[in-house]
Every structure is written in C-alpha cells, then in structure tokens.
Design a protein around this ligand. Structure first.
Ligand code: NAD
Length: 283
C-alpha cells in the first residue's frame, strides 16, 4: 500500500512526536486531539522543536516550513475518512482506546490500517473493537520520538502479513529501526526494562546500596547512559508501577511482583520528575 495520508490521535507527549516525525518524512498528517488546548500545545511543541533543529543546522528553514505545511490540526475523527494509516496515541486506557478504534472502523476507508502506540495493552483486544482485526497492529514508539530510533511492531493474533509489511516499510520511511514482537504483556522493551527498574527499587528497599550508588553501578559498571532510578523518575513512577502490574497480572508470575517501596512512593504522590520528587528531588 502506498501511504499518503496519516492521522495521529492524541497530541500529547507521544502523539505530537509521532506526528512530527511522520510530517518530516513526507507524509501528509492530521494531528487529532479531543482537547483544543492539548492540540495547540502539541502543535506549538512541534514548531519549537523544528525551530531548534534549524538553529542547530540539522534541518533547513525550507524543510521546517514544508514539515509544518504537511501538518493539519484536527479535532474531529471524521478527518480520518481520507487516511491510509491512523496511529492512536491517546491515554493508556482500554475503554478509551476501544471506543476510538470502534469509531475509526466506521470512519476510515476499508484499506486503512489502524495502529496503536500502546505501551502495555493487548493489541488483540484493541483489534476486537473493530471489524478489521487483520488491519490492526501495534506501533510502539519510544520517548522522545524524534530522537529514539526504535519502534516495536506488535502483531495481534489476527494481524495480517500484509499489514505487518506495510507498517514495517512505514517505520523505515520514518528512519526508525523496527523489531517484530508478539502480543504478550510488556511486549519486549518494557518486559526487559521494567523488571530491571523494579529490581533496582528492591535493592534500595533492602538496603543493598544508596540511590546514587545503585545508579552509579549501572552507569559505570554496565555502561548504561542513565541509572535505573534516574530513568524511573523520568518515566514516572506511576507508569513504572502500572506496567509492573500489567506484567504481574498478565503472567501470574511472582518474579514480576512490584516492589512495595515503588508502590509506597506512588501512594505518596512521589511520581518522579513530573511531580518534583521521586528517588531524587527536582527543582
Ligand atoms: P499524554 O497524556 O501526554 O497525551 C494523551 C493525549 O490524548 C492528550 O492530549 C489527550 O487530550 C488526548 N486524548 C485522550 N483521549 C482522546 C480521544 N478519545 N480522542 C482524541 N484525543 C484524546 O500521553 P502520552 O504520554 O503521549 O501517551 C500516549 C500513549 O502512548 C499511551 O498509550 C502510552 O502508554 C503510550 N506511550 C507512552 C510513552 C511515554 O513515555 N510517555 C512511551 C511509549 C508509549
């Protein structure tokens, strides 16, 4: 399939990044959000990032203008009627996503592929909200999207080879490297990353080492660019806890038991960088 028009739904952190990368790669893009405020913020953010890229001579002024001309803000899903691919990046909530997919199923042309950027919800279940489960797929971008090279492409139980190939080609056009993963809790990225973060929290909880020393071990000992507790603060401790719960519930295996200290911090409102306090203090 020759993809020309794309809609990205949700103009938050992820959606605005995905829309920017799609527009920079030459696709005509609708960036949709149900909140006009969020949409405006998302568009402004993209403009700011493109301006910075011009300043750093990574793109030209013309490239910036062309990218912005290919981006169209949208507050109605009916704009998806002309789209070949829709990438959903709304809140991580099955009910909300299922509703969006059911609506898209009625609005989009028959050939359109419906992708979700979910980091933990089953693609097979999202696909169940549509009459075209063979054309539903996971396209899990990493944050920040314009910088991170990886996309996990998740096959739902009924995703067709044709759908997979189209999305694999699209990821290449976006200058991303993709990996194929099957639809199991946490996919590959979070299944490996989150238990490591959780184990770092256990190490702190059991008094193995201090916050700073745990991060130093992984930075200098394992050559990680960032320690696991710093990374947890950046991701958000609520998000880390949520994904550990998805793994724990999905596999029923005690090795995914969320650390009680992680839960305690979340209950206290210590959510990491975004709330000013997590394992470290900010601001
Ligand atoms: P966010 O809260 O920054 O943005 C979500 C946006 O969706 C908001 O602007 C909201 O107004 C909009 N929205 C909600 N319901 C909508 C609807 N029905 N129609 C249109 N717009 C709607 O969230 P985010 O961090 O960008 O995450 C979005 C998705 O990406 C989630 O599924 C999340 O799990 C996934 N994800 C997040 C990250 C990350 O690091 N933040 C990484 C990979 C994947």
């Amino acid at each position: 399939m020759d993809i020309k028009k794309v809609m990205v739904i949700g103009a938050g952190q992820m959606g605005s990044g995905i829309a920017q990368v799609c527009a920079q790669s030459g696709f005509d893009v609708f960036l949709n959000d149900m909140s006009e405020q969020a949409l405006e913020k998302g568009m402004k953010n993209i403009e700011k990032l493109l301006m910075r890229a011009v300043e750093k001579e990574r793109i030209t002024e013309t490239q910036k203008t062309d990218t912005l001309n290919r981006l169209h803000p949208s507050t109605t899903l009916t704009d998806a009627a002309s789209c070949d691919v829709v990438i959903e990046a709304v809140v991580e909530n099955m009910e909300v996503k299922a509703k969006v997919f059911a609506e898209l199923d009625n609005i989009t042309p028959k050939h359109a592929i419906l992708a979700s950027n979910t980091s933990s919800l089953p693609i097979t279940e999202i696909a169940g909200a549509t009459s075209r489960p063979d054309q539903v797929i996971g396209m899990h971008f990493m944050n920040p999207v314009p910088i991170m090279k990886l996309v996990e492409i998740i096959r739902g139980l009924q995703t067709s080879d044709e759908t997979y190939q189209t999305i694999e080609n699209m990821a290449k056009q976006l200058a991303k490297t993709s990996v194929e993963v099957s639809d199991l809790p946490g996919f590959a990225a979070n299944r490996i990353l989150m238990p490591m973060i959780n184990e770092a929290v256990f190490a702190l909880y059991e008094g193995v080492a201090s916050v700073e020393d745990i991060d130093t071990v992984m930075k200098l000992g394992m050559n990680h660019p960032m320690g696991p507790l710093t990374l947890a603060d950046f991701i958000g401790l609520d998000t880390c806890l949520y994904i550990m719960e998805v793994l724990y519930e999905g596999f029923g295996d005690s090795k995914y038991r969320p650390c009680p200290l992680l839960r305690k911090y979340v209950n206290a409102g210590w959510l990491g960088k975004k709330s000013g306090r997590g394992f470290y203090q900010y601001g």
